[in-house]
Design a protein around this ligand. Structure first.
Ligand SMILES: C[S@@+](CC[C@H](N)C(=O)[O-])C[C@H]1O[C@@H](n2cnc3c(N)ncnc32)[C@H](O)[C@@H]1O
Length: 337
């Protein structure tokens, strides 16, 4: 990653500039043409589709050939969605698609998603994934990387189902997993791991990858209100795949629309604190709703020793800039040296 150039597109937020930052977000929110009352059911809150139980996305960019878009279909559960904070993950939220499309092609994050050295495997962890499995499939499928989607327990079944069927339809085969159903067990470097094989013929053709090129994709329960249990689940899957201890901290933590409730903010920041290593970059994309929630989130991060930056419009895509109001934060531990 060319960090010097990246940082010329980031605005640092400090305790002294937090008020100004929130005023800027207020202006962004007020000027957004999408902040209206005429949108279909649920979508003005930020749901991608508040009506269908099966959602087909036709506009995911292909990271290798950006002139091509790919399809992705998943199941969501409107009936399980109610107004409590813990059921929001049963549907896809709007920022996910533009955020994913940007992340897949943004040159500054290329090395975190597609390392140029195939031995430089990246560990990417997603917080509050929801059920769609979208990032797990499109970011997780990159050769050799380890991807761990996380959320609360009651979402796991549908999340795992969507990841399994999504990887199958994208022809991602084989991949290592300890948690996504349907795999077959096989000996791997002296330990037993599951290796999913795709059912379709098309996918069989692609199944002769060198071992180091096979992605590892898992989904685990990591509840911000029960971090100890989440860390245990994480350590279990890392040890099942013989991951050395120094690789236990993610290179990249992703989160989409995970700040929307003051109560959850300290728990979420605790989770970021427990998961982040010295080298970890966190990219958190948020829909602007109640700015008090976002202010609390940033204040809490600063208080806990994180550096927080906002991506400027210049480095974001038109899709993000025109479909918001969204903010995308770059967060990392403050370097005390
Ligand atoms: C608005 S949804 C966003 C889901 C998904 N990232 C998306 O953009 O479609 C917020 C997500 O945060 C998760 N979440 C809320 N409280 C949580 C907690 N205590 N621990 C873990 N995840 C939580 C919800 O389950 C939900 O999946």
């Amino acid at each position: 990653m060319d960090t010097n150039t990246l940082f010329s597109h980031l605005t640092q937020i400090t305790t002294d500039t937090l008020d100004d930052h929130i005023s800027d977000l207020y202006i962004l929110q007020t000027n957004s043409s999408h902040h209206d009352d005429t949108s279909p059911s649920g979508t003005k809150l930020g749901m991608y589709s508040g009506k269908s139980s099966h959602v087909k996305l036709t506009n995911i960019v292909n990271d290798k050939d950006q002139s091509v878009t790919e399809e992705y279909t998943f199941e969501q559960s409107i009936s399980n969605l109610n107004n409590t904070a813990s059921s929001t993950g049963f549907v896809l939220w709007k920022i996910s698609v533009p955020f994913l499309n940007w992340l897949l092609v943004c040159p500054y994050y290329r090395d975190l998603i597609h390392p140029s050295n195939p031995n430089d495997r990246k560990f990417i962890l997603e917080l509050g994934s929801g059920v769609s499995g979208l990032f797990s499939c499109f970011v997780g499928r990159v050769s050799g990387n380890r991807y761990v989607a996380t959320d609360q327990y009651h979402l796991m079944k549908l999340l795992k189902k969507n990841i399994g069927s999504g990887l199958d339809s994208l022809g991602v085969s084989p991949f290592h997993t300890s948690t996504i159903g349907g795999g077959e067990e096989e000996e791997e470097h002296g330990h037993v791991s599951k290796k999913m094989k795709s059912k379709s013929n098309n996918n069989k053709k692609k199944s002769h990858h060198a071992k180091h090129q096979v992605p590892t994709i898992d989904a685990i329960c990591y509840d911000w209100e029960n971090i100890e249990q989440g860390q245990y689940e994480l350590s279990q899957i890392l040890s099942e795949h013989n991951e050395p201890a120094h690789n236990s901290k993610p290179d990249l933590i992703l989160g989409c629309d995970i700040v929307y409730n003051d109560y959850l903010v300290p728990h979420l920041v605790n989770a970021l604190d427990s998961l982040s290593g010295e080298h970890t970059v966190c990219l958190i994309g948020l829909q602007l709703r109640l700015l008090e929630n976002i202010e609390l989130f940033v204040a809490e991060l600063l208080d806990r020793g994180f550096e927080v930056y906002q991506h400027m419009e210049t480095v974001l895509s038109d899709e993000i800039n025109n479909s918001g109001p969204f903010v995308i934060y770059y967060i990392r531990r403050r370097n005390e040296k």
